[in-house]
Design a protein around this ligand. Structure first.
Ligand code: KPL
Length: 301
C-alpha cells in the first residue's frame, strides 16, 4: 500500500514525512522531474535537523492510486486531480488536508465511490527552499469522515506522531479553521502586516473585531458553536500566538501566487448569501483581495 501525496508544499511534505515515519510507503506526485529517485528534505525542529528521502514519481505516471493525500492549495485541487483522475481507484482512500472550504464537496462529487476524509491541522511549518522544512510547532491534527468512510482512520494515520484526533464532526473543525482564516488572512493581506500587527494596532484590531462579528453571524445561523469563547477572543489569541507569522494569504500575495480567498472569504460569503445575511466587510475584503491577486498575477506575467 502506498500513500501518494498530491501537493508537496510545506504541509504536504510534513505529512509525507509523518506517514513515512509511521511505517507507510509514500510517493510524492511531482510535476517537475527531479534528477534523483528520491526527494531530499531536511526537517528542522528547534536545534534538531533530520534528513528524509522521499520517493517521487511524475503526476502523469500510469500506476494505480489506492491512498491519496491531497495537500494542494484549495484552488488547485480539481485541476491537479484532473491530471491523475484515471489513476485513482474507484474505492480509494482520499484525505484532503487543505485550508478553505468548498473543494471538499467537489472532490466527493468527482469520486462518488471513494472513501473521503478531511483533516485539519494547526502544525506550523514553512519551506524556505525546495529541500528545507522548518517546523515551528507540531500542532494538533484532526481527521474525520466526509464520504463512504469506515469507522476507523485510514491506514497509517493512527500510528502517526503526533497522533491525529479522530472526530465524527470534521465539518465543525473545518468551520473553526475557516472562521480563523476568514478573520486573519484577508486582513493581513490588506494591511501587508504580520499576524500580531492586527491586534497591536488599535485601528486594525477594531476592524478585526468587526470582521469576527460578521463571521459569527453566519456560524450562529448555521447552528455551529465554534469555541468556548467568542470568535473574537479566539482570533486575538491566535494572532498573538502567531504574532511573527505572515499568514498564508499574505505569503501567497508577496510571492505573486494566486490566493485561497475564494475558498475562505468567498465560501463564507456564499453561505451568508444562502442565509440572507449581509456581510459588508467580508464582501469588501473579498473584492479587494481578488483585485490584489489579479494585480500581482499581472505583475508576474
Ligand atoms: O492558518 C493560518 C494561515 O496563515 O493560513 C493562520 C492561523 C492565520 C496562521 O498564520
Amino acid at each position: 500500500m502506498i500513500w501518494h501525496i498530491l501537493g508537496a508544499g510545506a504541509i504536504g511534505s510534513l505529512f509525507a514525512i509523518r506517514l513515512q515515519q509511521a511505517g507507510s510507503t509514500v510517493q510524492l506526485l511531482l510535476r517537475q522531474p527531479q534528477t534523483e529517485d528520491y526527494y531530499q528534505l531536511h526537517l528542522h525542529k528547534g536545534k534538531d535537523t533530520q534528513a528524509y528521502l522521499l520517493p517521487w514519481q511524475p503526476v502523469t505516471q500510469a500506476t494505480a492510486i489506492s491512498h491519496l493525500l491531497i495537500a494542494t492549495k484549495a484552488p488547485d485541487t480539481l485541476t491537479a486531480l484532473d491530471s491523475l483522475a484515471s489513476r485513482v481507484q474507484p474505492n480509494a482512500d482520499i484525505v484532503l488536508l487543505q485550508n478553505g472550504m468548498g473543494q471538499h464537496e467537489a472532490v466527493c462529487r468527482a469520486f462518488p465511490q471513494a472513501r473521503i476524509w478531511a483533516a485539519v491541522t494547526t502544525a506550523g511549518v514553512w519551506r524556505p527552499d525546495a529541500n528545507t522544512l522548518i517546523q515551528v510547532s507540531e500542532g494538533h491534527t484532526e481527521i474525520g469522515p466526509l464520504q463512504n468512510t469506515p469507522t476507523n482512520m485510514p491506514k497509517g494515520w493512527n500510528t502517526m506522531t503526533p497522533p491525529p484526533a479522530e472526530t465524527a464532526d470534521i465539518y465543525l473543525s473545518l468551520w473553526r479553521k475557516l472562521a480563523i482564516n476568514c478573520a486573519i488572512n484577508p486582513l493581513t493581506a490588506r494591511y501587508r502586516c504580520r499576524n500580531g500587527e492586527l491586534v497591536s494596532d488599535p485601528q486594525r484590531r477594531a476592524v478585526l473585531l468587526q470582521l469576527c462579528h460578521e463571521i459569527e453571524q453566519v456560524t450562529q445561523a448555521l447552528g455551529l458553536s465554534l469555541f468556548d469563547t467568542s470568535l473574537a477572543d479566539r482570533v486575538v489569541h491566535i494572532a498573538e500566538q502567531t504574532a511573527q507569522n505572515r499568514s498564508s494569504m499574505l505569503t501567497d500575495l508577496l510571492n505573486q501566487r494566486p490566493t485561497e480567498i475564494d475558498y475562505i472569504t468567498g465560501y463564507l460569503c456564499q453561505q451568508a448569501q444562502q442565509l440572507n445575511i449581509h456581510l459588508p466587510l467580508n464582501e469588501q475584503l473579498l473584492t479587494e483581495i481578488k483585485q490584489l491577486s489579479v494585480q500581482t498575477h499581472r505583475a508576474k506575467l
